[in-house]
Every structure is written in C-alpha cells, then in structure tokens.
Design a protein around this ligand. Structure first.
Ligand code: DGL
Length: 270
C-alpha cells in the first residue's frame, strides 16, 4: 500500500515527514517536479497541466490517493481537476482545508453554514500563484464570517530554500512580514500557506512577534490524512516501500533533500 505525496520540489517533504511520523506503517511515494520548480511564479493553466502529469505519474505508481503537498497546486489546480472528473477509485486531496478547519475550529467534514470565529485578522503568506488564486479566501468564506484576510505574495523564498540559501530566505521572510504588517499592523493569526515555509517558522514567528499564532500545515495535514484513512481504509493504494522520485537530477535533489530534512533521503528518476 502507498499514498502519493506531490510537491513541485522539496517543500512537501515537511508534510511527508509529519505523515511518516503519524502513520509509520504507511508507505509513501513522494514526487518532486524539481525540473519545473518553482510553481509559484507560473500561471494557473501551466500549474494545472504540470499537476495533472504529476498526479497521473503517482497513480501509475499504484497510489490511489494523492496528497497535493503544495499549496500552489492545491490553489491553482485541485478544484479544476476535481471538476473535470477523476478516474474511478482515484482521489486527490489538497492541503488548504485541514488548515482552515483548524483556524475555524471545525471538525473534518463539518459543512454547517459559515459562522463567526475567534480570529478576525488573518495574515496569509504564500507564493504569488497561491495568492492570485484566492483559494484560501474562498475556502475560508465557506466556513467563517467576519474574518479580514491580508495575503502577502512571498516572491523568492521558495527559490532561496530550494538553493539552500537560508540567509537569503531569512532576509526575504522578514521583508515580506514587514510588507504584510504595513497592510495589517496587528494580525492575530498567520497562515504559512506554502509547504516550504515550515522550515522558516522561527523566522516568521520572530518577525511577527510572539502574540501572533502561526499555523503551519504539516501536522494538520498528517492528522487529517490519518482520519481520512480510518474512514477510507481502501485508499491506501499498492506498493511495498516508501520511495522518492524526482523529475530533476536525482543526485542533486537527494543532496538537497538530505540537507532539508537533516536525514538521508535518496531520490530516483521519475
Ligand atoms: N511548496 C509549494 C507550495 O506549498 C510550492 C512552491 C513553488 O513551487 O513555488 O506552494
């Protein structure tokens, strides 16, 4: 059995790590579309085509269920893929909904009408494509009323992380937080809406201040997947070991992934 986890690059490894800790007996097939990363600067049609190809690759690998561990793909492609219809027995889930359910204090699948929630000012940090898609605001509006959302497109952060340049990533995060706080001086909560950003969570927290609750996705997605598989045990797919695939250079991607997760990760060619 295996579940597919897809990201444009290394960011989805934050989700994979949390899933592997929460569900140690579940095999995972991780696919990084490294050759086309970053997705966050591409247009929505481009992201849709790339995401479709990647998901099909994971289905071919025996994964009936694929998690888009990429907010950019979740925001720009997931809804259109679902509207176009998925092959029988296949499912694709994104990473937005578990986060919004946590923010709005809802249980999984609670489809009751939108209501007032504790937070009123929410800052969202994400890639330019995710911000442009406005998927976060759309999903939030289904569940909450009276929440003011300010989104900041964090250009350059994903490239810096993929290149292992954490000094540049640190400086960019601080300047994006500054820009956000000029538009919304007192956010109560901040959403890290890109799976690369958990790596920079301490910098976000430091720049935002201790009063701001920072929501990061990995553990929320892992918990939500565990819950989903209890309700859909048949969606664990086929496969007998966890593997890592990349459309890029496996040697280079393995080195960067090992540095990223601080444990040995070996990628093969997709
Ligand atoms: N880590 C991804 C996300 O969550 C993708 C970033 C990118 O490729 O630009 O948005």
């Amino acid at each position: 059995m295996a579940v597919g986890i897809f990201d444009s690059g290394l960011g989805g490894l934050t989700v994979l790590d949390a899933v592997a800790k929460r569900l140690p007996n579940l095999n995972l097939v991780y696919l990084a579309d490294s050759v086309h990363a970053p997705y966050g600067v591409r247009d929505a049609d481009d992201i849709l085509n790339l995401t479709r190809n990647a998901v099909t690759r994971l289905w071919d690998e025996g994964c009936d269920l694929v998690i888009l561990a990429c907010n950019t793909a979740s925001a720009a492609a997931l809804r259109r893929m679902q509207e176009d219809g998925l092959p029988k027995g296949k499912r694709v889930l994104g990473v937005f909904v578990p986060l919004i359910e946590a923010l709005t204090e809802r249980n999984w699948g609670d489809n009751s009408p939108p209501r007032e929630v504790a937070v009123q000012n929410v800052a969202v940090f994400a890639t330019p494509a995710t911000v442009a898609a406005r998927a976060f605001q759309r999903e939030l509006a289904y569940r909450a009323i009276g929440v003011d959302v300010e989104a900041q497109a964090c250009g350059g952060v994903v490239d810096a992380i993929e290149d292992g340049d954490m000094i540049l990533a640190d400086a960019l995060v601080r300047s994006h937080v500054d820009a956000l706080m000029r538009k919304m001086p007192k956010p109560q909560a901040a959403i890290l809406g890109c799976t690369h950003y958990p790596l920079m969570v301490d910098v976000f927290q430091d720049a935002l201040g201790a009063d701001v609750k920072v929501y990061s996705q990995a553990n929320l997605v892992a918990e939500s997947l565990a819950d989903y598989l209890v309700r859909h045990p048949d969606m664990s797919g086929q496969g007998d070991a966890s593997i890592f695939l990349t459309t890029g250079d496996p040697v280079k991607v393995s080195q960067r992934a090992t540095a990223f997760l601080r444990r040995k990760i070996t990628f093969a060619s997709a």
